[in-house]
Design a binder for this molecule. Sequence first.
Ligand code: CA2
Length: 146
Amino acid sequence: MTKLITFLNGPNLNLLGRREPEIYGAETLDDVVAAASALAAELGLALDPFQSNHEGALVDRIQAAREGAAGIIINPGAYSHTSVAILDALNAFEGPVLEVHISNIHRREAFRHHSFVSARAEGVIAGFGTQGYLLALRRMAALVSA
Ligand code: CA2
């Protein structure tokens, strides 16, 4: 059976490709989701994409993933650095979690250097641009088929 991967993007990532291309690149979130969906199909996976600017909506979606998703790929955006609620929700999910950051958060302001989500994630990708999502998906394919 095709395994479902919940693909979450947090606040302001709906603006991808529309502002700050020097940091986040030129691809829109729709471009990223289209590329990731195509790769998922090649890898025998299906993608369940969701973006929200609201912490509770992301928590709800992580809880919903307990019902049928094999893994979660998440770019929590700024909530990475603030949200114990998202960490708690991820801790209640049993499958693998991979964290993606488009920019290299360790080369930016000190407040971006810590992510609450990293304590739960099997792996973290940062600074690979939007390609990081595709690399995470390849790793996820290996994790859910192991
Ligand atoms: O590098 C990443 O992927 C981040 O998760 C992006 C977050 C930032 O708060 C994290 O520290 C690192 C911000 C997302 C904002 O996305 C925008 C995209 C285009 C234009 C404006 C904002």
